[in-house]
Design a protein around this ligand. Structure first.
Ligand SMILES: Nc1ncnc2c1ncn2[C@@H]1O[C@H](COP(=O)(O)OP(=O)(O)OP(=O)(O)O)[C@@H](O)[C@H]1O
Ligand SMILES: [Mg+2]
Length: 611
C-alpha cells in the first residue's frame, strides 16, 4: 500500500552526492565466489537456458578449432600435391564450419541475452518488492538516487555479467583449453615456443589490470558524482531558476562532466594499451614461430600446413587474453553491483505485521488512541518524545499544538507505525499498534500528512488509492462531498477522469489537500488525523476545508495538528506539546485563561494573522 510520508523539518538533502559516492566507489574483486554462487542461484528459474547455452561452448570451440586443422589438411595434402578436387572438398567443409559457427553464435548469443534479460527482470521485481516492504527509517537513510541506481544501473551491470562477462570468460576458458591441448598434441616443441611469451603476457596483464582497476574506480566515482548532481539539479530546477543560479550550476556541471570525461578517457587508454601490448606480444610469438618453424620445415620435422595451422592457433590463443581487460572491467562492475543488490535484498523490514495479530475489542471506556510513556528518537538519543502520555476518547476531537519541530507529525507517524516507539506504548482501541495487523491499522487510522503526495493517474485512481476495488461510486461521492472537493473536481474538464501529472503538479497545493482529505475519507477510517491540512491554502479553500472538517469530525475520533490556532478552536480539547511531552491540556478557553504556553502560542498566532 502506498502511503504519504511527511518530509518536513529536515535538513535539506545536500548529501546525496556524498552518500552515493562513498557507496559506489567500492570496487572489489572481479571474481568473488560467494557472489558468483548467489548470481548462479538467481538463474535457477532459467536454468535450462543457461545449461543449453553452456552446452554450446564446447561445440563452438570444437568447430572453431577445426578450421585451422582444415587449413593444414588443405595445404599439406591437397595444395602441395596439386589435388584440386580434394581441395574443393576441404573448401566445402570449411564453408560448412563457417555456416555452423554463424548459426551457433546466433543461438549462443540469443540464449545468453535471454538469460540476462530474464535475470535482470527478476532482480528488478525482487528489489522493488523489497523496497515496498521497507519502513520509513530505511528511506530516511537511503537517498532516492542511490535506490534508483540499485534498481536500474546495478541490475544492468549484472546483465552485462551474463552477456559480456561471466559466460564469455567460461567460453574463452573452454576454447583456450582446447587450443593448448591441440597445440601440444600437434607439436609440443612448437607449442612451447608460443607459450614462451606467456610470462611476459602475464606481467603486462597484471600491470594493466591494476592500473585499469584504479582508473575504472575513478570513472565510477565521478559518474556517481555527476549522477547525484544531475538529480539534485533536476529536482530543484525551480529553486535554481528562482535564485538565478543557472550560470553557477552550469559551471558546476561542466566541471563534473569534464572530470568524468577525463576519467573515462584514462580508463579507455589503459584498456587500449593492454590490447596493443597483447597484440604486440602475439606478433612476437608469430615471429618466433616462423623462425623456429621455418628451420623445422627445412629439416623436414614439420609440414608447411602444420606451421600455418599453428600460427592460426596462436592467434586464437591470444585473442581471449587480449579481450580480457574489457571482460575484467565488466566483471568487476558486475560484482560490485551484485554485492549492492544482494545487500539490499537482504535488508529485513523493521516494521512488519505480527505473526498472530490481536483484534481490538474495545469496551465503552477504552480510549480510541493512547500514548503511554512514549520515548522516541529518529537517531540515537536525540529524543523527540520523552515519556509522552495522552489519551483520546472515542469520538473526541483533539488538537495537538506546539512550536515547530516539537514532534506533532512524529505522533501521527507513530500512530500508523511508520516508525516504532523506542520505549513505552502507542495503543489504538486499547491494543498496542505493534500487535495490530499492519494493513488493518492503516485503514483504521487515516492520516492526511502535511505534504500531500499524489500519483500520476486520474483523480479517481488517486482517490481509490487506499481501497482499490472495494469502494463503490457512492462511497467515492460521499468522500468527495465530505471533503468539499466536489466543486473543484467538477470544475476539471474531465472531472474524476482528469489526469494528474507526476506528484500531482498540475493542481494547486490547496486542491491537492482537498483531494488528500477525500482520499483519506474514501475508506472511511474510524480515526482521522489531519496534519496541518489547512496550512497552505487561501482563505477561500481554507473555509471549504474548515467546513469539511466539521462534517468529518462528527462521530469520528479526530486529531488535528495545526500551527494556526484560529483554525482549531472548535476542538474538544487541546494538547500542547513541548519538550517531548504534553505540557498543557484543556479546552481553548481554560488554556487561554491559564495564561501558559498555549496562551502565548495563541497570541503569537493571532498576531501573525493580523500582521
Ligand atoms: N525523518 C526524520 N529523521 C530524522 N529526524 C527527523 C525526521 N523527521 C523529523 N525529524 C526531527 O524530529 C523533530 C520533530 O519533527 P516533527 O516533524 O514531528 O515536528 P512537528 O512538530 O510536526 O513540526 P512542524 O510543526 O514544523 O510540522 C524535529 O526536530 C525534526 O528535525
Ligand atoms: Mg509537522
Amino acid at each position: 500500500m502506498r502511503r504519504e510520508r511527511s518530509r518536513t523539518n529536515r535538513p535539506p538533502r545536500r548529501s546525496i552526492v556524498a552518500r552515493t559516492d562513498a557507496d559506489d566507489e567500492v570496487l572489489g574483486r572481479a571474481f568473488d565466489r560467494r557472489l558468483i554462487a548467489r548470481l548462479w542461484q538467481t538463474t535457477r528459474p532459467h536454468r535450462r537456458l543457461v545449461v543449453a547455452g553452456m552446452l554450446l561452448f564446447p561445440v563452438v570451440a570444437a568447430v572453431e578449432l577445426l578450421q585451422p586443422w582444415l587449413v593444414k589438411v588443405a595445404i599439406d595434402e591437397h595444395i602441395l600435391r596439386a589435388d584440386w578436387a580434394g581441395l574443393a572438398t576441404i573448401a566445402g567443409f570449411y564453408l560448412a564450419t563457417l555456416a555452423a559457427l554463424y548459426a551457433l553464435h546466433t543461438v549462443e548469443s540469443y540464449l545468453m541475452h535471454l538469460t540476462g534479460q530474464r535475470v535482470m527482470h527478476d532482480l528488478r521485481a525482487a528489489l522493488f518488492e523489497r523496497l515496498l516492504a521497507l519502513d520509513a527509517r530505511f528511506f530516511d537513510r537511503n537517498p532516492v538516487g542511490r535506490l534508483m541506481t540499485r534498481v536500474l544501473n546495478d541490475v544492468e551491470a549484472v546483465n552485462d555479467a551474463f552477456t559480456g562477462g561471466l559466460f564469455a570468460v567460461v567460453a574463452d576458458v573452454v576454447t583456450l583449453a582446447g587450443v593448448v591441448a591441440i597445440m601440444l598434441w600437434m607439436d609440443w616443441r612448437l607449442a612451447l615456443v608460443t607459450f614462451s611469451i606467456v610470462p611476459a603476457l602475464l606481467v603486462a596483464a597484471a600491470y594493466f589490470r591494476v592500473r585499469s582497476r584504479d582508473a575504472y574506480r575513478e570513472v565510477r566515482r565521478r559518474l556517481a558524482r555527476l549522477n547525484g548532481f544531475l538529480q539534485e539539479s533536476l529536482q530543484g530546477m525551480s529553486v535554481i531558476q528562482l535564485f538565478a543560479r543557472e550560470r553557477h550550476e552550469h559551471a558546476s556541471f561542466r566541471r563534473l562532466n569534464g572530470d568524468y570525461r577525463r576519467a573515462l578517457f584514462g580508463s579507455t587508454m589503459f584498456e587500449a594499451s593492454l590490447y596493443a601490448s597483447v597484440e604486440a606480444l602475439g606478433s612476437v610469438a608469430l615471429a618466433l614461430l616462423v623462425w623456429y618453424g621455418g628451420s623445422q620445415i627445412a629439416s623436414g620435422g614439420l609440414t608447411f600446413g602444420a606451421l600455418v595451422a599453428f600460427m592460426q592457433y596462436t592467434h586464437r590463443f591470444f585473442l581471449p587474453i587480449r579481450d580480457l581487460g574489457a571482460k575484467y572491467a565488466v566483471m568487476q562492475a558486475a560484482m560490485a553491483s551484485s554485492e549492492r543488490i544482494f545487500g539490499l535484498l537482504e535488508v529485513r523490514p523493521a516494521i512488519v505485521s505480527p505473526a498472530s495479530p490481536s483484534i481490538a475489542r474495545p469496551t465503552a471506556g477504552t480510549p480510541a488512541l493512547e500514548f503511554r510513556g512514549v520515548w522516541f528518537a529518529y537517531e540515537g538519543e536525540d529524543w523527540v518524545l520523552r515519556d509522552c502520555s495522552f489519551q483520546v476518547a472515542r469520538g473526541e476531537h483533539v488538537a495537538i499544538v506546539g512550536a515547530t519541530g516539537e514532534g506533532k507529525t512524529t505522533c501521527a507517524r507513530l500512530l500508523n507505525r511508520s516508525y516504532d516507539v523506542v520505549r513505552g506504548q502507542v495503543l489504538v482501541d486499547g491494543v498496542d499498534v505493534r500487535e495490530w495487523d499492519l494493513e488493518r491499522l492503516r485503514r483504521h487510522v487515516g492520516i492526511v500528512f502535511q505534504d500531500t503526495l499524489l500519483f500520476t493517474g486520474t483523480v479517481e485512481a488517486n482517490l481509490r488509492l487506499g481501497a482499490d476495488g472495494t469502494v463503490s461510486s457512492a462511497d467515492l461521492d460521499r468522500a468527495v462531498k465530505l471533503a468539499n472537493a466536489r466543486t473543484f473536481i467538477e470544475s476539471l474538464p474531465r472531472g474524476l477522469g482528469e489526469e494528474l501529472g507526476e506528484r500531482g503538479h498540475n493542481v494547486s497545493q490547496g486542491q491537492r489537500q482537498l483531494l488528500a482529505i477525500a482520499r483519506a475519507l474514501v475508506y472511511n477510517p474510524a480515526v482521522l488525523i489531519l496534519d496541518e491540512a489547512t496550512s497552505s491554502v487561501d482563505p477561500g479553500s481554507e473555509r471549504l476545508i474548515q467546513e469539511a472538517m466539521r462534517e468529518l469530525v462528527a462521530g469520528r475520533t479526530t486529531v488535528t495538528i495545526a500551527h494556526r490556532l484560529a483554525t482549531i478552536q472548535g476542538a474538544d480539547r487541546m494538547l500542547v506539546l513541548h519538550r517531548g511531552r504534553v505540557h498543557e491540556e484543556g479546552t481553548h478557553q481554560t488554556l487561554l485563561r491559564a495564561g501558559g504556553l498555549y496562551a502565548k502560542l495563541y497570541e503569537l498566532s493571532m498576531g501573525a494573522r493580523t500582521a
